[in-house]
Design a protein around this ligand. Structure first.
Ligand code: PGA
Length: 253
């Protein structure tokens, strides 16, 4: 892994204040593995509390609204997230694209808003089972990313991609390291095409979908994998840091 691995926990709609002890435990463990960048995206209600509890790990959110503010009942702007202590936001997750009908255009507008508010962006992409079976996964993911990513001149610093095949999310059925390497290679080419050699080669491409401590080493060791976006296994410090440890081991060779 040539880049500093980025291991991000996505708590989805899990967590009340009782989970703050888990965030603290993750933070303490992350302080012992500085070669790995560890971050956590709790639900909105915990962003500020987690931010206050931790010293080392990055705190982010799982979505934002594209507008700066206004009459949008129930929505949260990127500036509000930054004010609450978020440093990044996950955008375009398939659960939002599917459950909330988010289009590439909307995700693109959200990404612009997040960057304008000074946040880093983790842009998600990934194909359904049906698309993979039809043999069109690569084209689908490239089209999705081209339409979702806004122009930026500091992509290497502020952008990460999370490739998460929908059929692998929460199913216990991770993609094979060969499939991951192939898709990540195609994403790298696209990033260089969109952002130039210098910036495009710096963007970390995370894999997500049933990453667990026991398959992390193999998935993180695949070509062009710069980290992981972890759902279920990020809910306890033990399993999440098991994944971070696998990244640290690979880093040390
Ligand atoms: P999972 O979720 O690790 O539970 O499969 C990953 C994600 O959706 O980010």
């Amino acid at each position: 892994m040539p880049q500093r691995p980025y291991i991000v926990g996505n708590w989805k709609m899990h967590g009340t204040r009782a989970m703050l002890s888990e965030a603290r435990a993750i933070d303490r463990a992350a302080q012992r593995h500085m070669k790995v960048e560890v971050a956590l995206a709790p639900p909105y209600t915990l962003v500020h509390a987690v931010h206050r509890e931790v010293e080392q790990i990055g705190v982010g959110a799982q979505d934002c609204h594209p507008a700066e503010g206004g009459a949008h009942t129930g929505d949260i702007s990127a500036a509000m997230l930054a004010d609450a202590g978020a440093k990044f936001v996950i955008l375009g997750h398939s659960e939002r694209r599917v459950d909330h009908g988010e289009s590439n255009e909307l995700v693109h507008a959200k990404a612009k808003a997040a960057l304008d508010a000074g946040l880093r962006v983790i842009m998600c992409c990934g194909e359904s089972d049906k698309v993979r079976t039809s043999g069109k996964a690569e084209k689908f993911v490239m089209d999705q990313l081209r339409a979702s990513l806004p122009a930026m001149d500091d992509a290497g610093e502020r952008l990460s991609i999370a490739y998460e095949p929908i059929w692998a999310i929460g199913t216990g059925k991770a993609a094979t390291s060969e499939d991951v390497a192939q898709m990540h290679g195609a994403i790298r080419k696209l990033l260089i095409d969109m952002f130039g050699e210098e910036q495009g080669s710096e963007v970390r491409i995370l894999y997500g979908g049933s990453v667990k401590p026991d398959n992390a080493r193999e998935l993180l060791g695949a070509a062009e994998v710069g980290g992981a976006l972890v759902g279920g296994a990020s809910l306890t410090a033990d399993s999440f840091m098991g994944i971070a440890l696998a990244a640290a081991d690979l880093q040390e060779g």
